[in-house]
Design a protein around this ligand. Structure first.
Ligand code: DGP
Length: 120
């Protein structure tokens, strides 16, 4: 799938749309999800143009991948879930119900989250 440079997270990265920023460095931006599904719900995204976790894992540089993962404990501390625990979810591709085609990792916590999936 080709990267759509007009997706909503690309527009947030370009400063065209505001976000509730939690953390930023050279390679990574983290902000609160606009439709939180837990008391704490942030998204971490790479600044590079990657469609999904699948795409990021295949094509990102080692520096980008390391920066992304090193940002996780910084963000979980900033949103207050590093001690109590959290769930990290990356929807990737059609079956996953990924809505925004720019790789993002959901970090959810601040409450008991229950089982991983509840498939109908
Ligand atoms: P996913 O289904 O994994 O692609 O999740 C996309 C998430 O992005 C969803 O939880 C809502 C969030 N989202 C969509 N548009 C915006 C926006 O403009 N700002 C913020 N902060 N989050 C958004």
């Amino acid at each position: 799938m080709a990267y759509d440079s007009n997706n909503i997270f690309a527009r947030i990265l370009r400063g065209e749309i505001p976000c509730d920023k939690v953390y930023e460095d050279e390679h990574v931006l983290a902000f609160r999800d606009i439709r939180p599904q837990a008391r704490a719900h942030a998204l971490i995204i790479p600044k590079g143009a990657y469609v999904s976790l699948e795409d990021f894992s295949a094509r990102a540089s080692e520096a980008e991948i390391v920066a992304f993962h090193r940002a996780i404990p910084k963000v979980t501390a900033l949103i207050g879930v590093n001690v109590t625990g959290y769930r990290a979810i990356a929807n990737s591709g059609a079956d996953s119900h990924q809505e925004v085609p720019h790789y993002h990792l959901h970090l959810l916590g601040g409450q008991r989250l229950g089982p991983l999936l509840n498939l109908a």
